[in-house]
Write a protein that binds this ligand. Sequence first.
Ligand SMILES: [Zn+2]
Ligand SMILES: [Zn+2]
Length: 175
Amino acid sequence: MRITGYRSHGVAAAAALVNAVLGGDDSPDALRRILRDNGFFWREFRDADADELRHWGGTLHPFFTATSAEDAVTMLNGLMLRVPMHPHLSDHEPHGLHMHYAPPSSRLPDRFRATTLMNLAELVVEHGLGRTGVCAADDCHRVYADTSRAGRRRFCSEPCANRTNVAAFRARRRG
Ligand SMILES: [Zn+2]
Ligand SMILES: [Zn+2]
């Protein structure tokens, strides 16, 4: 089973949404971009859906800050009881054959909730909390999700990785 990579587009989307509501840009256009960049049906997004997505970002935030897999599992299980699910297979671009988790003909926000939730659950089954977390840079509260094969990511973005590396280099030189 291929968990990381393009078949789990909900993982990167979840992290991007959490960062959007954590003081990033959570305007309808920014949310639309998150959907588009992660292979969701962004054309179905209506500005009126923005509040539902923002709320879902707040709901998923504790998953990324969880310090024990047990807490994360409890949280995901609780959400899986609340989010309507009706798994089925679908074959469409850009993903090819893949799982859909929400009931057929659900609204986009419902599909987004179901997919992000299930993709995070699959990630935890495969990697525990080893692929998600809070950015390791000082004073950064943004989150990351690593779906690469290597799985070494610890920062939310390149700028955070770079300034942390520069600071470490300077500290070494002083020492
Ligand atoms: Zn699909
Ligand atoms: Zn950061």
